[in-house]
Design a protein around this ligand. Structure first.
Ligand code: GLU
Length: 476
């Protein structure tokens, strides 16, 4: 137990796991095998910078190898420790199983504040960390494939893939050793936005289930719903931007590192993001009223709360004051196990992390497949698809004029129908399908079984059941 009476992050994940397996029929031995983290490698390495040697501590944890490669991001933050990477690696196992990406779970982290180092220094540190992991097969297209997470992005992934390719010059599948790369280093369209886009698709699917909405006391559509988002980083920004610009949600609260902005009439997410990038914080941004103690805004009245920053932000100390009827966990582990109990008892509906933020790893899967197939999605079919559609349009127009029917297809319909799908559209389609399918599987369980009390429990059950089946078929 941590000092504040809360379990640690890893214990919190285990408690959630335990709630699910309590209503499943697994042998205690298999239960334990799935729960535990297989291995965690700790590395301490030195880099010569600023006239001296600086020692950094990094981790790569592998939770489950029931499928390989194992998958999960690498985080750069001062909060990184063994407990955290193990919790995050476990969540990756369940997340991948739930959205049917054929990976085991892993996670990495480096204890560093990336804002304290310049770009050249970060490159030296990243390459050295990658070197340590690559030489132990903890970065490898077939065994362990990292991706971005808190504090890392495309830039770091480009350094990692380059480092791997320098060390494995004859590996034709080298580009698949890491995902979340920039397009010019083998990335895929739509990966940067993927986690936020996945949150949007998750919410859209929830709002297609009136019975589930009623359980949260919500009606109607996303349009006009009051949303509070915590964290305007890659995930929170994209989720809030898409929900407001495309679905009509009203972003009434934005919580950042230095405080929060509140505006009951809704804010322009792009304007806040631009302000944040230029000023390093939200203070002074005219989009809303500044609240110095940002966490207080988590407790403000709204319809949908989106914690998109980090773990443990909704805890025993504030859970009872959270008013949102619907919480969607865009971050990993934002609600502690104790807070989860409190919120559930109060009747809040929580769309859990292992489903809600699975858009990232889903598109990572597409990127990995693209790298292994060495061809961009849609390259073979796109023009052929367009030609077939053109054939149909020509035929309809010919019939109309031959028979004097007077039909005419609107130019808007024609241009949209005639356009073959490019990679971005295919990625979005695959992501949408994945999020819908996964939601349906957990909603069905939640509504179909009395002993499955919430969506988190349902998600764990679906995931654990798949992992268990995979172990069983291996003869375990
Ligand atoms: N770091 C992201 C996550 O927590 C993405 C992982 C991946 O794409 O492998 O899901």
């Amino acid at each position: 137990m941590a000092a504040n009476g809360e379990p640690s992050f890893r214990q919190s994940v285990d408690l959630m796991f335990n709630r699910a397996v309590a209503v499943m029929d697994l042998s205690p031995g298999l239960e334990e095998k799935i729960r535990v983290c297989n291995s965690t490698y700790t590395v301490r390495f030195g880099v010569r910078l600023r006239g001296g040697i600086h020692t950094f501590t990094g981790y790569r944890s592998v939770h489950s190898e029931h499928m390989e490669p194992v998958k999960g991001g690498i985080r750069y933050a001062m909060s990184v420790n063994q407990d955290e990477v193990e919790a995050l690696a476990a969540l990756m196992t369940y997340k991948c199983a739930l959205v049917e990406t054929p990976f085991g779970g892993s996670k990495g982290g480096l204890r560093i504040d990336p804002r304290e180092w310049d770009e050249f220094e970060l490159e030296m540190i990243t390459r050295r960390f990658a070197y340590e992991l690559i030489k132990r097969d903890l970065i490898s297209p077939a065994q362990n494939v990292p991706a971005p997470d808190m504090g890392t992005g495309e830039r770091e992934m480009a350094w990692i893939v380059d480092q791997y390719q320098r060390m494995n010059t004859t590996d034709i599948n080298g580009a698949a050793c890491v995902t979340g790369k920039p397009i010019n280093s083998g990335g895929i369209a739509g990966r940067v936005e993927a986690t936020g886009r996945g949150v949007q698709f998750a919410l859209r699917e929830f709002f297609r289930h009136p019975h589930d909405m009623a359980r949260a006391g919500l009606k109607g559509t996303i349009d006009g719903k009051r949303v509070i988002v915590q964290g305007l980083g890659n995930v929170g920004y994209h989720a809030a931007e898409f929900l407001s610009a495309e679905d009509g949600a009203r972003i009434v609260g934005i919580i950042e590192r230095d405080g929060a902005l509140h505006n009951p009439n809704g804010m322009n997410v792009q304007a806040v993001r631009d302000w944040l990038i230029h000023h390093g914080g939200v203070k002074g941004c005219p989009e809303g009223t500044y609240v110095a103690d940002g966490a207080l805004l988590l407790e403000e009245a709204c319809d949908i709360l989106i914690p998109a920053a980090m773990e443990g932000v909704i805890h025993l100390g504030n859970a009872a004051r959270i008013k949102a009827p619907l919480i969607i966990e865009a971050a990993n582990g934002p609600i502690t196990a104790g807070a989860d109990d409190i919120l559930r008892t109060r009747g809040a509906v929580i769309i859990p992390d292992l489903f809600a933020n699975a858009g990232g790893v889903t598109v990572s899967y597409f990127e990995w497949v693209k790298n292994l197939s060495h061809i961009r999605f849609g390259r073979m079919e796109r023009r052929q698809e367009e030609a077939r559609h053109q054939l149909l349009v020509d035929e309809l127009e010919r019939l109309s004029s031959d028979k004097g029917l007077g039909w005419s297809l609107s130019p808007d319909f024609k241009s949209r129908y005639l356009r073959g799908a490019d990679e971005l559209e295919l990625v979005r389609s695959g992501l949408d399908d994945t999020m819908r399918g996964a939601y349906q599987s957990i909603s069905q369980l939640w509504n179909g079984r009395q002993d499955v009390t919430d969506l988190r429990m349902a998600a764990y059950i679906v995931a654990i059941d798949r992992v268990a089946k995979s172990y069983r078929s291996k003869g375990l």
